[in-house]
Design a protein around this ligand. Structure first.
Ligand code: FAD
Length: 459
């Protein structure tokens, strides 16, 4: 297979040497080595189509890799797989200022797209901690969320056009710039969020927004969770449409982050039970700043908040948001970590976090329980530090976090996806009938089960 692929794409577009391949180790856990036969780098959609035709004929299993930042083990590799890396399909093809769209090949790094759009005075509202490494194809195929879902929605909501290669090499292309298109089934949705199990995304057209003229940020401290929920309603109503971020950290997470860097020490002291990071994007810096400032004063008068900082300039905004984004610090506190990305109805989040934390702390191998997340989207992350990584103990933690999801109407994955790590628990968020329909779709689009096999759908 490796020789055949070299004939299609050229010698320098296939890596099969052990050392070279090692840079395709999983980024988040660099100790997980690349086991695949080879890494192949198509340069365009036609080349990828030829690769897939050969793989289809030969029942060759394929693992698609983007920026390798997923947190669900999707890009761990096996000896019988060949990696298709989108690294070289990394062109920004067009920014259409009048249609407010950007056309991107899948391998473009998210931050590069954000910066290019910014130069045109427009906004690509994607924003999350891994934006400097994650690729557009990875982001679309995982339907990534992040820090601005509250206002702009998940990635799915940004995708107007999409091109993908199926397992048999067929190219499905709907590269339209229009928002409205009800001509039959919206087929692009099949590829968004299906984590590369139904097709390889090669290009997308994303919707852009007008660039806001102002950005204001604040960090506030609160004494209880009821106040967090009430503050969300209060600020959202008061800002009438300009609230773009409302992120929560529980005390021990905040304390650990604050202690991790001198940059964060001028921020609020770590003596309060809850901290909320607020962002608003608007049209006039002075009046938007005054508006947020006034709302925060009123929130204090209503005893909703205990303390607050409003960023006075871009440097201060960066410090506040760096603290929220650089959560990899938390994972490094222990030898091993397990992270979770669950959804729950907003009012019950803190209660469920307290119950789970109590149970987790009783486990002798658990060293840290860090909780934070996109609370306005009902999405909470746990990073659990532990000194033992055995399957038995990993399962004990999974049981604690997942056991009440079904009863509470939550989701095992709010935004990170299912990959390999969570497929066993898909049933906590999906019915038997839904999982069967997923299996049927997979069989139709990938009848030989060669595309990202074993990921997402339970055996
Ligand atoms: C510090 C940090 C913070 C993060 N914060 C967030 C967050 O706030 N919100 C969030 O949603 N996620 C977050 N993530 C998770 C991750 O960044 C996203 O899931 C991201 O979308 C993955 O993109 P990637 O290019 O790295 O994809 P990869 O990790 O390479 O791949 C992810 C999956 O997509 C498939 N895939 C990749 N490219 C393609 C393609 N072109 N066509 C088809 N399938 C493809 C892969 O096979 C795999 O199944 C975070 C991760 C880190 C490390």
């Amino acid at each position: 297979m490796v020789d055949t692929l070299k004939k299609i794409v050229g010698e320098d577009s296939v890596l099969s040497d052990g050392k070279e391949k090692s840079r395709f180790d999983h980024i988040w856990k660099t100790d997980i080595p690349t086991n695949a036969l080879a890494v192949v780098f198509p340069k365009d959609t036609d080349e990828l189509s030829s690769i897939m035709k050969v793989c289809f004929e030969n029942n060759q299993k394929i693992l698609v890799q983007g920026g390798l930042t997923n947190l669900v083990g999707s890009t761990k590799t096996f000896k019988d797989e060949i990696i298709v890396s989108l690294d070289r399909m990394n062109k920004i093809e067009e920014i259409d200022e009048k249609s407010r769209t950007i056309t991107l090949q899948s391998g473009v790094i998210v931050e590069d797209a954000i910066n290019a759009v910014n130069e045109k005075d427009l906004l690509l509202p994607l924003n999350f901690g891994a934006k400097g490494s994650a690729q557009i194809g990875g982001v679309v195929s995982t339907n990534a969320g992040g820090l601005r879902v509250l206002k702009y929605g998940m990635t799915r909501g940004l995708v107007l056009g999409l091109e993908a290669v199926l397992s048999n090499g067929e190219i499905i292309s709907s590269m339209k710039k229009v928002i409205k298109d009800n001509s039959g089934y919206d087929l692009k949705q099949i590829f968004i969020g299906s984590e590369g199990t139904l097709g390889i995304i090669t290009k997308v057209i994303l919707k852009l927004e007008e660039k806001p003229e102002s950005r204001c940020s604040a960090l506030v401290a609160l004494k209880n969770y009821d106040n967090v929920v009430n503050l969300l309603k209060f600020i959202e109503k008061g800002l009438s449409g300009t609230l773009t971020g409302f992120e929560l950290m529980w005390n021990n997470t905040y304390k650990t982050m604050r202690d991790s860097s001198e940059n964060y020490s001028p921020l609020l002291p770590s003596i309060h039970p809850f901290y909320v990071f607020i962002e608003s994007l608007g049209s006039d810096l002075n009046s938007d700043f005054d508006k947020l400032s006034e709302l925060i004063s009123k929130a204090a008068e209503k005893n909703l908040i205990e303390d607050a900082i409003l960023a006075q300039n871009e440097r201060e905004q960066k410090i506040i948001w760096d603290m929220r984004e650089d959560v990899s610090v938390l994972a490094k506190k222990s030898k091993f970590d397990q992270h979770f990305d669950i959804s729950l109805p907003i009012p019950i989040i803190d209660n469920e976090v307290q119950v789970a934390t109590k149970k987790l702390k009783k486990l002798s191998f658990v060293e840290h329980v860090f909780t934070f997340g996109h609370v306005a989207d009902g999405n909470i992350h746990f990073i659990i530090g532990k000194n033992d990584n055995s399957t038995k103990n990993t399962e004990k933690i999974n049981q604690i976090i997942y056991s009440k999801l079904k009863e509470n109407g939550g989701s095992v994955s709010a935004e990170h996806g299912i990959g390999l790590d969570k497929k066993k628990y898909l049933y906590t968020s999906r019915s038997k009938e839904e999982i069967n329909l997923m299996k049927t779709l997979k069989k139709i689009l990938d009848p030989k089960n060669i595309l990202n096999p074993g990921r997402v759908i339970p055996d």
